[in-house]
Write a protein that binds this ligand. Sequence first.
Ligand code: GLA
Ligand code: ZN
Length: 658
Amino acid sequence: MKRLHFGAAWYPEHWPVERWAEDIRLMKEAHFTVVRLAEFAWSTLEPAEGEFRFEWLEQAIALLAQSGISVVLGTPTAAPPAWLVQTYPQSLAVDEYGRRVQFGNRCHYCVNSPDFHRAVQRIVRAMAERFGNHPHVIGWQIDNEYNRVCYCEHCQAEFQAFLRVEYGTLDELNTRWTTAYWSQTYSDWAQIPLPIGPHNPGLMLAFRRFVTRSYRNFQKLQLDELRAHLPASVWVTHNFMNWFGAFDHYALSADLDLASWDWYIGSGHHDHLRSGAAHDLVRGYKRRNFWLMETQPGHVNWSNTNNALNKMEARAMAWHAVAHGADALLYWQWRSALNGQEQYHGTLVDQSGQPRPFYEEAQLIGDEFARVSELVIDSFVQAKIAILNCYESRWAIEFQRHNNAFDYVSYLEHWYRSLSANNLEIDVISADAALEGYKLVIAPALMVLDEQRVQRLRDFVQRGGRLVLTLRTGLKDRHNALLASRPPGPLAELAGVEVEEYYSLEHPIPVEGKLFQGSASVWAERLRLLGQPFTTVMARYGACNGWLDDQPAVVVNPFGAGFVYTVGAWLEDRSQEILVRQILRNAELKPFETPPTVEARTRIRPDGTRLYFIINHSRQEQTFTLPWPVTDHLTGQEFAQGPLTLYPYAVALLTRRD
Ligand code: GLA
Ligand code: ZN
């Protein structure tokens, strides 16, 4: 049954069977509808090579089913057991320094190891045969948070084979990477190293593609085993780590049915303008609602201070996730294991088997999810604004930041924050995604271009779209080579400007225009107008290093039926907000006004009804003006148009009554 799911990761293998019924009773009282099982249980499921012990898992699923709780099964491949690495030592990864990774933690596998692949296929096949058709297993999670990059000899040989396919000939590779530089010319594929530390930019970018391909193959191996036994209604996902950057998440998501992720705050508190970007990123992997497969029950154990979330903060976070497209929320984890690496992590039930104080809040969230599940479940987020996220551009920048303070994700978040503060829905999508349906597209630091990208952006603007180009745009090709043109390269015609020079900034410099008198830091580009008739300078640099003084910093250019903005400087927050407001006005996108810590988001039901999620993300009471009379579906209360008081961390789920 489709519903808004609520639950946790549960590890029955850590506990005597006699305890399970009590755990499930407590889960039921917290309104659980789902638990995730087995994603680290390999040594319990297959204690010796080819010997499977599935009865315990079957029994756990059966007990859960009796209480109406569904199951997501994890394939346990992130935790290869001791016997496996003892028998097949090559299945252990090698780190950058050439050391075999030690057994005793997790994710110690070489993602390309043939020995490991065989073992993975065997366990996944056996699980799929046994549980693929189980009526209470509604979905599967492959592995857990892919993350390790392996530097073993086998991976090196695979990388070389990968390059051979990508480039065809060494001549081609040598040309694309300009290997004559520092005498890097390769005369044999076997000479090509795995990049450790700084390297040829072409080699480094190709290696990230190879890591992506490696995980994609590894995932495909498991998908094939699973799909051979799964009914069409049972989905397969992987729990990603939002902005983790070792591989291209779009490529990996393409093969999955559902995107999911693990959301942790670590130290400090929830910042809704940051986490909103992460949710929207994950929703963008498949351009569909997603699952929050893990989140923090109170506190974690791996951060600096591991402070607890404030009382009711997690509830605000839960609804914030739903507002951004989550269809499920699972806490990690149910109960603290007595030993093992994560003894101090927050849980719902403590080592004694009793609910922790946080359990009560979880219970409340579970109850609310259950009550509005039907209203919310088929609704979706509809955005008119897209932010393009490009792994290749990000990697190209990360390899050579030029200014250490230049962080691609922070720059993208800078745009996200200023847009999202207007309470407008935003999709964070691949730079290769279709742009139909958007009014405004932002391309933060879109460094790497190819013909299709340029064509898609051009068509978008031609049809009337508003496109925002920013700094470090259109400098490179897909081999990480500089384009033999001034940035933004093939986009210059759209922009009506080219970049004459870029300046890494040691301290803020003035940027001034009619709209704002502000400043830029980290990065500034000197724009030159190309002489198109309607190009308008919106802001110029003030006196600073001489080179930038009085030169254009922000420019807008009409193109086709649309407009292209070029923002050559990393503006400080206030000016950024003002500029964004102006761009929104031009795109006819109307902000929804709330106090800064109050978020408003919408999901739309198939019948067109809009659900408004209003969330106070602060510990202070806030008041905001309701533009229309509403019903709050969490409390059943009705409110007239006018001021609405939101207590600390309050959440309202509203529909209009007019
Ligand atoms: C990750 C893992 C979990 C657990 C949590 C702890 O997200 O997937 O198994 O270790 O971190 O925060
Ligand atoms: Zn390897």
